[in-house]
Design a protein around this ligand. Structure first.
Ligand SMILES: *[C@@H]1O[C@H](CO)[C@@H](O)[C@H](O)[C@H]1NC(C)=O
Ligand SMILES: *[C@@H]1O[C@H](CO)[C@@H](O)[C@H](O)[C@H]1NC(C)=O
Ligand SMILES: *[C@@H]1O[C@H](CO)[C@@H](O)[C@H](O)[C@H]1NC(C)=O
Length: 246
């Protein structure tokens, strides 16, 4: 009796500490291991892992507050050379029903690094839009990618339309289709490890240069992460990702 009471009181004493730890960090090793908090979300997102002949990936949420999230992912993938295996990402949770034309700013900043860059992978923002405000969040009618890093011989979807200047930097813009989804990829010539911008400027460019229908398209997801093809083991670390959409 005394023993079980002691056991019970130590459990009670331990539980507040455990819940504090859970709010501050998470370990995600399931295929779609998911965490959200403070208006942000993190997903291990091994969506393409069936194309690999070997490998694994886990994503760890390190810290979060209302002004950002820090996280890292460790991965190793082999086989399926030209297939993306996953997209571990940090995202800003967005209110549904917002038309791109009605959003005035999409301010964001991120600082990131890779422990070993002898890999085939990109580092990119991924933003889906759709005419249907309730579209599933794994695709859209249109996809904006901003490639801040490109390691190894990996290529965006579509073909190059040449270099463009958007939000104060030069990018090579690729445009093409992933099934029915139109994909616009703005690719930096060399890695940008510390980046901040108003992503609305990319949509303004897509509208004027590519006919993107901003008044018909709703924001579906706003994410930043990395797409591994092959390589590793390596660790992708995001010291701080933040986004404010209004
Ligand atoms: C972690 O979160 C705390 C509390 O919000 C904050 O003071 C600290 O700067 C954060 N650190 C990092 C590395 O994000
Ligand atoms: C993360 O970035 C945001 C936007 O720049 C900033 O307000 C916030 O203080 C940063 N957080 C940390 C922990 O550095
Ligand atoms: C996708 O959106 C649904 C709501 O439509 C939400 O319940 C779910 O958590 C989201 N999943 C991810 C991985 O973002």
């Amino acid at each position: 009796m005394q023993l079980s009471l002691l056991f019970l009181s130590s459990l009670v004493a331990a539980s507040p500490l455990t819940s504090v730890e859970k709010r501050q960090a998470a370990t995600l090793c399931e295929q779609y291991g998911y965490w959200s908090g403070n208006g942000y979300e993190v997903n291990n997102n091994n969506w393409g892992r069936d194309a690999a002949t070997g490998g694994s990936q886990c994503t760890y949420v390190d810290n979060s507050s209302g002004s950002g999230v820090s996280w890292h992912a460790t991965w190793q993938w082999s086989g399926g050379e030209d297939n993306v295996k996953s997209y571990p990402y940090g995202g800003k949770q967005v209110a549904r029903g917002q038309k791109i034309s009605a959003i005035s700013t999409m301010e964001t900043s991120v600082s990131w690094s890779y422990s070993d860059t002898n890999i085939r992978a990109n580092v990119a923002y991924d933003v889906f839009t759709a005419a249907d405000p309730d579209h599933v969040n794994s695709s859209g009618d249109h996809e904006l990618m901003i490639w801040l890093g490109r390691f190894g011989n990996v290529y965006p979807i579509g073909s190059s339309t040449g270099t463009v200047n958007v939000a104060g930097r030069t990018w090579e813009l690729f445009v093409g289709y992933n099934g029915a989804m139109k994909v616009y990829s703005y690719v930096a010539a060399s890695p940008i490890n510390s980046y901040s911008a108003n992503v609305k400027e990319f949509f303004n460019h897509m509208e004027s240069a590519q006919g993107f229908p901003a008044s018909e398209q709703h924001l579906i997801v706003f994410q930043m992460g990395t797409e591994p093809f092959t390589g590793g083991e390596t660790t992708f670390t995001v010291d701080n990702f933040s986004a404010n959409i209004s």
